[in-house]
Design a protein around this ligand. Structure first.
Ligand code: GLC
Ligand code: MG
Length: 594
C-alpha cells in the first residue's frame, strides 16, 4: 500500500494540494467578503435603538410600590417591566430616584450617585438594570444639572463659605435696603428675576449673609455652571451611572443653566411676581449659548461609553434656532409642540401646521421626536377629551421620530382632582386655594392603575397620592382582557410601528383641502420608505363626524387593508375603500395601501 507520503510526492498530488489550497483560500475570501459586505451594508443604515424605540416615562413615586409604604420604588418598577415590554416599548426613562429631601419630589437632588431609601438601594437599581437587559429594554436616567437640593453637601459647604465650594452656587450681596429688610440683613435682591414656581428667584441666606439664585423652589439653589469644578462634578455623575451601564439621560431644565453675569439688570415687562412665569420673556435668565458647550462636553463623556448613548433635553418653548444648536451639540431636544401648541380648538389643519413646523428645517442628521404628555402636564384625556385617547396614541406612534409615552397614557388614565388640602406638589402649594389648580401637577401624577383591587394594585399601604376613583374601569388587567381597549390599540400601534415604513423621519400629509368639504376634521398622512410597505394614517380630530371622505388620490390607490382601528366600525384585516371613508371624532385608522 502506498503511503500517503509516497502519494504526495507525485506531481498529481502537488496539483491536488494546490487546488485544495486555492479552494480554501477562495472560500475564506468569499466568506470574509460576504461578511464584510454584510457588515458594510448594516453600517450604511444602522438605526440606533433610540430612533426605533418608543420611550416610556416612569414617574417612580407613582408606578408600583413593592414595600407597602405607599410610594412606588425601584423594585416595583423591576417587577412591572414585563408590562412595559408587552406594550412594545424599547426604552424607559425614569424620573429622579436619587437621594433627595423630596421638596420637588426628587428634582431636588441631595446626592446624585445614590438611591433614595424611599425608592430602594443601589442594589435594587442593579437588579432593575439586569432585568431590563434581559427584556431588551434600555434605561434612561433623569439628570438634573441646573440645581441641587439646598440639603446637599455642596450647598452646605457653599453656604458656609468653604474655599472649594463657595462658588458652586450663584451668590449675590444684593443691594442696600433701608426699610422692611430686617430678615434679609438689610439687603434686597439685586434684581427682579422670578422663580418658575412664583416669587423672587433670590433667597437670603442668613448663614452666608448673601442671596442665592434659584430658578425653581428656594430649596433648589441653582448651580453655578460657570465654575469649572461644578462642570467636572456633573460629568463625574454621568460617568458614575454610565459605569452602571445606563443607556442615556434626559437632562432637566437645561435652559435655566446660565443667567446674565450682570445682575444689576432687571428683566423687562415681568408681570407681578406671582403671575405666570411662562407668559414673560426671560432673556436674562434663560437660553444662554454657554449651554451648548456643556452639552458637547456631556456628549463626549457619553461617547466614551459607546456611540449609541442617548441624550435628550428638556426644552420648552425654544426657537428652531436654539433647537438646532441642541442637535449640533449632540443632544435631542424634546419636541413639546403637541403639548404646547395644540388645544381643543386646534383642528386638523392647525395640527398639520404644528407638526410640520416641528419637522421643518431639521437637517439630515437631526432626529425628530414627539411627546404628548409628561409629569408636568395634564393628561391627554383631560386636555382633549377621553374620546381622543386612541387617536392621540395613534398620532404619536405613527409620526416620524422617537415617541415618548407617559405612564398611564396607554390605558387612557385621567387626571385625578385633588383638593387643596390633599395637594402635594410644591408648584401648586406656592399658590392659594383659588389659584393652585392652575399650577399643581399632582393630577397627572396619580398612581398607576394596574387592576381593580384596592388602590388599583399600586400599593398595599396608603398611596402617597389618592388613586383615581375610576380605577375599576380604567386599569391594565381589565384592558388586557378587552378587545379594542386603549391598551389593546396601543399595543397594535407599537407593533405596526416596527414596520420599516415608520422608522424614517419623513411624513407626507395629504392635502387637507382636498380631503373633504369641511377640511377641519381629518388629519391624514402617508408613512413609507423605499422598499417598504405604504401606510395611510387617517384620524378625525374634528368635533363632528366626517362623511364619505375620498383619500384615494393622496394615497395613490383606492384600496387598502385596515391594520389598526381606533374606535371606528371598520374591521381590522378587512379591505377598505379609500374613496369613501367615514369617521367620527376620535376615530382613526392605520391602513396598508394596496
Ligand atoms: C423640570 C421637571 C419638573 C421640575 C423642574 C425643576 O421642569 O420636569 O418636574 O419641577 O424641572 O427641576
Ligand atoms: Mg415603596
Amino acid at each position: 500500500m502506498a503511503s500517503s507520503k509516497n502519494f504526495c510526492e507525485s506531481t498529481k498530488c502537488l496539483f491536488v494540494v494546490l487546488i485544495a489550497v486555492a479552494a480554501a483560500v477562495a472560500t475564506i475570501c468569499v466568506v470574509t467578503l460576504t461578511d464584510e459586505t454584510l457588515r458594510e451594508k448594516k453600517a450604511v443604515n444602522p438605526q440606533p435603538w433610540w430612533q426605533t424605540s418608543i420611550v416610556y416615562q416612569i414617574y417612580p413615586r407613582s408606578f408600583q410600590d413593592s414595600d407597602g409604604d405607599g410610594t412606588g420604588d425601584l423594585e416595583g418598577i423591576k417587577d412591572r417591566l414585563g408590562y412595559v415590554s408587552d406594550l412594545g416599548v424599547g426604552a424607559v426613562w425614569l424620573s429622579p430616584f436619587f437621594v433627595s429631601p423630596m421638596r420637588d419630589f426628587g428634582y431636588d437632588v441631595q446626592n446624585y450617585t445614590d438611591v433614595d431609601p424611599l425608592f430602594g438601594t443601589l442594589d435594587d437599581f442593579k437588579h432593575l438594570m439586569e432585568e431590563a437587559k434581559q427584556k431588551n429594554i434600555k434605561i434612561i436616567l433623569d439628570f438634573v444639572p441646573n440645581h441641587t437640593s439646598n440639603e446637599s453637601y455642596w450647598f452646605y459647604m457653599s453656604e458656609r463659605g468653604d474655599w472649594h465650594y463657595r462658588d458652586y452656587y450663584v451668590w449675590n450681596d444684593g443691594t442696600n435696603c433701608s426699610t422692611g429688610c430686617k430678615d434679609t440683613g438689610g439687603r434686597r435682591p439685586p434684581n427682579n428675576w422670578l422663580s418658575v414656581f412664583g416669587g423672587s428667584a433670590w433667597k437670603w441666606s442668613g448663614i452666608r449673609q448673601k442671596f442665592y439664585y434659584h430658578a425653581f423652589l428656594d430649596s433648589q439653589p441653582d448651580l453655578n455652571l460657570r465654575n469649572q469644578a461644578v462642570q467636572d462634578e456633573l460629568k463625574e455623575v454621568l460617568k458614575f451611572w454610565l459605569r452602571q451601564e445606563v443607556d442615556g439621560f434626559r437632562a432637566d431644565a437645561l435652559k435655566f443653566m446660565f443667567e446674565s453675569e450682570n445682575v444689576t439688570q432687571n428683566e423687562l415687562g415681568l408681570k407681578d411676581s406671582f403671575a405666570w412665569y411662562e407668559d414673560d420673556d426671560h432673556n436674562l435668565t434663560t437660553n444662554f449659548p454657554e449651554i451648548y458647550g456643556i452639552l458637547k462636553d456631556w456628549r463626549s463623556v457619553l461617547d466614551d461609553f459607546g456611540k449609541d448613548k442617548f441624550l435628550i433635553a428638556e426644552s420648552y418653548g425654544i426657537s428652531n434656532e436654539i433647537r438646532n444648536e441642541y442637535y449640533e451639540s449632540g443632544a435631542v431636544p424634546f419636541n413639546f409642540a403637541l403639548i404646547q401648541y395644540l388645544n381643543d380648538s386646534c383642528n386638523a389643519m392647525c395640527m398639520k401646521t404644528v407638526i410640520n413646523d416641528s419637522l421643518s428645517g431639521l437637517k439630515e442628521n437631526y432626529w425628530p421626536n414627539f411627546v404628548i404628555g409628561n409629569h408636568d402636564n395634564s393628561r391627554v384625556a383631560n386636555r382633549f377629551g377621553p374620546e381622543t385617547i386612541d387617536a392621540f396614541n395613534m398620532l404619536l406612534l405613527t409620526l416620524p421620530g422617537t415617541p415618548t409615552t407617559y405612564y398611564g397614557e396607554a390605558i387612557g388614565m385621567r387626571d385625578t382632582m385633588y383638593s387643596y388640602s390633599e395637594t402635594k406638589d410644591p408648584a401648586g402649594l406656592q399658590f392659594n386655594e383659588t389659584l393652585y389648580l392652575e399650577h399643581t401637577r399632582d393630577p397627572e401624577r396619580s398612581p398607576m392603575q394596574w387592576d381593580d383591587s384596592p388602590n388599583a394594585g399600586f400599593t398595599n399601604g396608603t398611596p402617597w397620592l389618592r388613586v383615581n376613583s375610576n380605577y375599576k374601569i380604567i386599569n391594565v388587567k381589565r384592558e388586557n382582557r378587552t378587545k379594542n381597549s386603549h391598551l389593546d390599540i396601543y399595543k397594535q400601534l407599537a407593533k405596526i410601528r416596527q414596520n420599516s415604513a415608520f422608522t424614517d423621519k419623513y411624513v407626507k400629509f395629504l392635502n387637507i383641502s382636498d380631503i373633504d368639504e369641511n377640511p377641519s376634521k381629518i388629519l391624514s398622512y402617508i408613512r413609507t420608505r423605499p422598499g417598504s410597505d405604504k401606510y395611510l394614517v387617517v384620524i378625525n380630530f374634528g368635533h363632528r363626524y366626517a362623511n364619505d371622505v375620498d383619500l384615494s388620490e393622496g394615497a395613490g390607490s383606492s384600496k387598502g387593508e385596515v391594520v389598526v382601528n381606533a374606535m371606528s366600525s371598520y374591521k381590522v384585516n378587512t379591505e377598505i375603500d379609500l374613496k369613501h371613508i367615514t369617521l367620527s371624532r376620535g376615530q382613526g385608522l392605520v391602513i396598508k395601501v394596496k
